[in-house]
Design a protein around this ligand. Structure first.
Ligand code: F6P
Length: 373
């Protein structure tokens, strides 16, 4: 029977994390008599042994609060910047784990965190993870914690943009988060009734978008909402990306490798410029005024939805039960109406993007939404 469990939250914060911490902590205390300690700021807190005992007082009043009471960071145990140098700090983290006589470490995070947690499991730690990210892009789970809240926020933003776009007879290009997966833009675009939805899974052609907007114009609708995922690329840019990836793969020496790595980084760093350029080219091609709205971090902030509170509580409770049983090396995933453990290995390096035959895409096409192809 487990006695001591540690927990950390890593990667981008999401609404619902505190609900998961509370669900885990309260079940641990009441049902299993486990002591829970929380490490601050992701894996960095584990490295430096900065922690708080998550007792009743610490867990009280946090269910409805956004973010994470533990703080977070994007540090990677295997490649951590310490003293200005990139180092593998896993052994030092194992030491902290042993010092507290932990029976398990719970890591709540996105795709990167699943991979980092797995690298600690490799060092012999008992790891249990929770899938959380507003991007909804983790493999082997139907949904991730935080997605529902972000979906609601982005949908609300699109609703609000409608009335101003309508009043000014404008195109509004709204950039939605989601990294390299289109779930958030697609979900919010369909539920907010965007006229055009652009996602990374479908390279877009500005001419096709123009045709769709002009068609609306001719039918008397002089405004259009274009929901674009931050990872969406035009056909041309997708080709440029592929060329850069090929260049990197075929680099003959370190100099060529570094150069192509730099070029790729610059390519990805310019996504918001691409959204602005898209708006400018639509203005030129359609003759309609166009404006850009980048939703940004507002999508990750604030109160979690009821669904994420429920999911966080459920995931947290399931993790407590698994830790009490001595189960490890698993991620608690959402399958249909329930939560169940799947091997952590099965989710590492698996990005769940929108399948091209997904019902949301079909639904968008059925109601006449342009997907840029
Ligand atoms: O993974 C969540 C996410 O919000 C992505 O949608 C976005 O691309 C990224 O994080 C932003 O990262 P950061 O918080 O490091 O700027």
């Amino acid at each position: 029977m487990a006695k001591n469990v540690g927990v950390l939250t890593a990667g981008g914060d999401t609404p619902g994390l505190n609900a998961a911490l509370r669900g885990l902590g309260k079940s641990a205390i009441h049902q299993f008599d486990i002591q829970l300690i929380g490490f601050y700021d992701g894996f960095r807190g584990l490295l430096h042994d900065r922690y708080i005992v998550l007792d009743e007082t610490a867990l009280s009043g946090i269910l409805t609060i956004g973010g994470t009471i533990l703080g977070t960071s994007r540090d990677k145990p295997e490649k951590m910047v310490v003293g200005g140098k990139v180092q593998d700090m896993r052994e030092a983290m194992v030491e902290t784990y042993r010092k507290h006589r932990l029976d398990a470490l719970v890591c709540m995070g996105g795709g990167g965190t699943q991979k980092n947690a797995y690298s600690l499991a490799d060092k012999g730690l008992n790891i249990i993870t929770i899938p959380k990210t507003i991007d909804n892009d983790i493999g082997n789970t139907d949904v991730t914690l935080g997605f529902d809240t972000a979906l609601g926020i982005a949908t609300d933003a699109i609703d609000r943009l409608h009335s101003t776009a309508h009043s000014h007879h404008r195109i509004i290009v709204v950039e939605v988060m989601g990294h390299n997966a289109g779930w958030l833009a697609l979900g919010a675009g369909v539920s907010g009734g965007a006229d055009v939805i652009l996602i990374p899974e479908i390279p877009y052609d500005p001419e096709k978008i123009t045709e769709a907007i002009l068609l609306r114009s001719r039918s008397g609708k002089h405004f259009s909402i274009v929901a674009v995922s931050e990872g969406a690329l035009s056909v041309q840019d997708r080709q440029r990306e592929q060329d850069l990836l090929d260049e990197k793969a075929n680099a003959k020496n370190k100099k060529e490798k570094d150069k192509s790595k730099e070029e790729l980084e610059a390519f990805y760093a310019h996504q918001s410029n691409r959204t602005i350029e898209l708006s400018q080219s639509l203005e030129k091609l359609t003759g309609l005024e166009s404006r850009v709205t980048i939703l940004g971090y507002v999508q990750r902030g604030g109160t979690p939805s009821a669904r994420d509170r429920l999911l966080g509580s459920e995931l947290g409770g399931t993790v407590a039960a698994l830790a009490a049983e001595g189960k490890a090396g698993v991620m608690v995933s959402v399958k249909g109406q329930s939560t169940k453990p799947v091997p952590l290995k099965s989710v590492v390096n698996v990005r769940r993007t929108v399948p091209l035959d997904h019902i949301w895409l079909e639904t968008a096409r059925r109601v006449g939404t342009c997907l840029g192809d």
